[in-house]
Design a protein. Structure first.
Length: 187
């Protein structure tokens, strides 16, 4: 096939085809740019709507939280009171246990006259006065106190016979005063 078209006309045909191709590329590029802009616009609108919704939800939650402020304050106060109660209970002294331990140590024939306990007495020397039927019961009292885990450093301060002094209880004539240390571990 022989091409009989003039050269000038061929150049214009090639240029026209190139212009069509370039026009297609420009249309495709413009379409892609418009699509990207629309997509970005839609995402921006969605994000803006979500932001407004989140801010509204945040305001509602802050109002709810402010209504619970008094409850939160009461919970803090309750927590502080529990901590204080725990501290008190850990340093609590159960005097009933001490008294029952002391009465279980008393041998037959001995009665207590005076037993004063305070928080300061634990770990320190204190005095116990008792009456006994005889000297054997008084020494048994001292031995039991020494062997117990309730007391340590047990020693007689005085032992006297009230009948020889002309008075006192005739059933329990021996007056005993002992110095003891109440152990802290019993608490």
């Amino acid at each position: 096939m022989i091409n009989l078209l003039p050269t000038e006309y061929k150049k214009e045909l090639r240029a026209a085809r190139m212009n069509v191709v370039l026009l297609r590329y420009n249309v495709i590029t413009a379409s892609a740019v418009v699509f990207l802009m629309l997509t970005c616009g839609i995402f921006f609108a969605i994000l803006t709507t979500n932001k407004i919704t989140a801010e509204d939800t945040n305001k509602v939650n802050e109002e709810k939280a402010s209504s619970y402020a008094s409850t939160k304050q009461q919970a803090e106060e309750y927590r502080n009171n529990l901590a204080l109660a725990k501290q008190i209970l850990t340093t609590e002294i159960n005097y009933t246990d001490v008294v029952f331990a002391v009465t279980s140590l008393l041998p037959k024939g001995v009665i207590l006259n005076d037993l004063t306990l305070s928080a300061a007495d634990f770990g320190n020397q204190t005095t116990i006065t008792a009456q006994a039927k005889d000297y054997d019961a008084a020494t048994a009292l001292k031995e039991r106190f020494q062997e117990s885990q309730v007391f340590s450093n047990v020693s007689f301060q005085t032992i006297s016979d009230s009948q020889s002094e002309g008075g006192g209880n005739s059933a329990y004539p021996i007056n005993v005063t002992m110095s003891v240390t109440v152990n802290k571990e019993l608490q």
